[in-house]
Design a protein around this ligand. Structure first.
Ligand code: SF4
Length: 763
């Protein structure tokens, strides 16, 4: 406690995947002060504007404080006991029609409990996180290249790179503290070349040495062009490639999968040969000289190159392909495995890695990089959970888009999800094609939507049951950020009213089912699947919220999960070690002197404890079982919907600096709301002039799915090229996702929010 009466404790920031460390100052039971943690590697004392205001998200005037059930169209307060009973009864009656929709903002224990409940308790794999909408293509890209998910490098690469390439992302707004790490080096006199490859000028472009504006979807051709240039000019790293890489070619039909077809270097070369500088320039609109600068950068072995990407590459109709190609050009050029030389995918959410990916809350996954489809993976989880053999269903559940399609289709017409439980996310605003995938539920009486939330949102608007949730430091938590860093925090203030932890909700529903005799909620010995004991070996009734904090449920669940992380060398640190650290990057191993050591550079002998000595680089989870990574050829293909005479513009959507995703938290912080109060449409100044549109004029946007009217912003924060517009999605009064397309990447099933065809008119 300091001399202002503030008690300080640590927590990771609640927002983006950067994972900055925040010092939280509490007085009189309320978060009163926020500061960046100076001794944290990630942010070295700095926060962005969202981070500095993170405490304010707890105190919006309209916090949800009691469970509410919709009766005659109106939400009315009910007791928790009744709410839990209603949910349990629906699940008991139709367990296979239940689906759980979660989040990369779930803490690790929350996600772990939810997937154990669904996959182990209900033998039903219909659980998916909203990470399907943001990271699924990164996951499939990593697995099909290295055999295991998540980046080899870390943020330390940003301190060493000579060249940083931004592939369709805007870290100046989306990962500001990381971006400042690059810009700070320049301010200190270091030479760091920044190349921005995008479909619109952003705040990041202002710092770029080179800006390559490409026609949407043709980033695939640009990546292939780099590979072709290296091959044609004999400038690829032959030694690295022959020792550490195989070649693969994407299938070209609906059988596309994680594995493709094996290929030779000759076949790969031949396929790539289409992507000459001239052809790629014509396709992408990027001048040949600029493409050549990019190609020559990769051809230069003296430079250290870090590629960064996020939603521009992932929310892509060919997102898996684009992820593979970025890994491929780093491997082919040998820009891999040394500090500063890395292909690095960034996450949008604070625990997209920790919870969605590592815990395995995706519909096909199990903890520690396991798959429901593999018998030995199911057996490993059943063993740790002490569940009978065969309890886990081998069939992957519905991915997000399919889950909502099934929920929004009448049961009689095959819509076999009738009860949907949403935690820690706002699908009513963030799903694509909202009329079809969310709002269609309004007309279906046999469907029941449960939403756990902190504020009223577009999702609670049509929910049948709304549950008030604890938020951030109102509960214990653990997150995993973009660089494999696991971070723990303790509860520091009480939640308002009757708001409760999401993890508690899951356990309480499970317990009600257990009491009703539902067999899946018992383990092999007939014990409740969420049994927690105190130091004296006595069971603690944590399903009663009064007793929930009598033990540390987070620690118990995390320690149950931790051994499951060893299968693919994702070894996370023990809970007690995390308590005293600003997070540790897995794999974390115990050293001879009893300390725990994190890993900054995976697959590299000099840092990764799992690499065999003398190998230099070892891809020890290789899909081809030969310790080699796969370099892929994936062709350019047109976007699923391209501008035409009726809808002649491209529409792209995304985020802004001030707001976290759908704005449900940040729009309650007056400083952030005042700084960015409402959505707008960005237009190119020449297009605007041609249509007689000036700043603030209302513009009507129409796609095949709907129309929307919003003010224009010209020469504002971003500038699209001619023939394109951009709209942020944070504003619940302007649900731009009513207009976006629900076409998904065929492998990852991630939707493409970055391009569809739109008509633009002055209103
Ligand atoms: Fe750091 Fe991201 Fe939080 Fe900003 S929003 S403080 S960059 S974690």
């Amino acid at each position: 406690t300091d001399n202002h009466g503030l008690t300080w404790d640590k927590a990771p920031c609640r927002f983006c995947g950067t994972g900055c460390h925040v010092k939280v100052g509490v007085r009189s039971g309320r978060v009163m002060a926020i500061a960046g943690a100076e001794d944290a590697d990630v942010n070295k004392g700095l926060l962005c504007v969202k981070g500095y205001h993170v405490g304010g998200i707890l105190y919006g005037k309209d916090r949800l404080t009691e469970p509410m059930l919709r009766k005659n169209g109106k939400l009315e307060p009910i007791e928790w006991e009744e709410a839990i009973e209603i949910i349990a009864k629906r699940i008991y009656d139709k367990p296979k029609e239940f689906a759980f929709y979660g989040s990369g903002q779930w803490t690790i224990p929350e996600g772990y409990a939810a997937q154990k409940f669904t996959k182990g308790g209900l033998s039903n794999n219909h659980i998916d996180p909203n990470a399907r909408l943001c990271m699924a293509s990164a996951v499939t890209g990593f697995i099909s290249t290295y055999g295991v998910d998540e980046p080899a490098g870390s943020y330390d690469d940003l301190d060493k790179a000579d060249v940083v390439i931004l592939w369709g992302n805007n870290p100046a707004e989306m990962h500001p503290v990381l971006f400042s790490r690059i810009v700070d080096r320049r301010a200190l006199g270091e030479k760091v070349t920044l190349i921005d490859i995008g479909t619109r000028r952003t705040r990041s472009t202002e710092f770029a040495d080179h800006y390559l504006n490409f026609r949407p979807q043709t980033d695939l051709a640009i990546a292939n062009c780099i590979a072709n240039y290296l091959l044609e000019n004999d400038k690829y790293d032959k030694d690295f490639v022959s020792k550490h890489c195989n070649f693969r070619i994407d299938k070209d039909d609906e059988t596309r999968d994680l594995f493709g077809k094996a290929s030779t270097l000759e076949e790969y070369k031949e396929k790539m040969s289409t992507y000459t500088l001239e052809y790629t320039s014509q396709l992408s609109g990027v001048p040949m000289e600029q493409l050549k600068i990019l190609c020559e950068t990769f051809a230069n072995p003296e430079l250290k190159i870090t590629s960064l990407w996020c939603m521009g590459v992932n929310q892509h109709y060919r997102g898996t392909a684009m992820n593979r190609l970025l890994h491929g050009i780093h491997l082919l050029s040998g820009h891999f495995g040394k500090p500063g030389d890395a292909p690095t995918s960034l996450t949008g959410q604070p625990s997209a890695c920790g919870t969605a990916r590592e815990v395995g809350t995706l519909a096909h996954a199990l903890p520690g990089g396991r798959l429901v489809a593999k018998p030995e993976h199911r057996a490993a989880c059943e063993k740790v959970w002490n569940m009978p053999e065969g309890r886990i269903n081998p069939k992957p559940g519905y991915h997000t888009v399919k889950m909502f399609e099934k929920f929004c289709t009448p049961t009689a017409e095959g819509g076999d999800v009738s009860t949907l439980f949403v935690q820690v996310t706002n699908p009513g605003q963030s799903l694509p094609n909202l009329y079809k995938l969310f709002e269609a539920k309004k007309n279906l009486e046999d469907k029941f939507l449960i939403v756990s939330e902190v504020y009223p949102t577009a999702s609670t608007e049509i929910a049948d049951l709304v549950l008030p949730a604890s938020l951030w430091v109102e509960k214990n938590g653990i997150y995993g950020n973009s660089e494999r860093r696991t971070q723990q925090w303790f509860k520091q203030v009480e939640p308002p009213g009757e708001a409760r932890d999401d993890c508690w909700m899951t356990i309480a529903i499970a317990r009600k089912l257990y009491d009703m005799g539902f067999p899946g909620m018992k383990d092999k010995d007939g014990q409740f699947i969420f049994t927690f004991k105190d130091e004296d070996g006595e069971e603690v009734p944590v399903w009663d919220f009064e007793s929930y904090y009598d033990i540390n449920v987070d620690k118990a669940l995390y320690e149950e999960y931790r051994p499951l992380t060893h299968a693919k060398q994702k070894n996370v640190a023990p809970y007690d070690i995390l308590v005293n650290a600003h997070g540790l990057r897995w794999p974390v191993v115990e050293t001879k002197d009893g300390n725990w050591r994190e890993t900054r550079f995976r697959f590299s002998e000099f840092d990764d404890p799992f690499v065999k000595k003398g190998t230099g680089i070892q891809f020890y989870n290789s899909t081809t079982k030969d310790d080699k990574a796969q370099i892929w050829f994936c062709p350019y293909e047109p976007a699923p919907e391209e501008p035409d005479s009726e809808y002649p513009f491209w529409l792209s959507t995304g985020r802004v600096l001030e707001h976290w995703h759908t704005g449900s938290m940040t729009m309650r912080v007056k400083q952030l709301k005042n700084a960015m109060p409402k959505a707008y449409v960005e237009l190119n100044p020449e297009d605007a002039a041609e249509k007689g549109i000036t700043n603030g004029d209302l513009v009507k946007l129409t796609t095949k799915r709907g129309e929307m009217v919003m003010p224009a912003w010209i020469n504002g924060r971003g500038r699209p090229p001619r023939g394109a517009v951009f709209v942020p999605f944070f504003d619940e009064k302007q649900l731009i996702n009513r207009l976006t397309l629900d076409a998904t990447c065929p492998v990852s099933k991630e939707p493409d929010y970055k391009k569809c065809a739109v008509k633009v008119e002055k209103y």
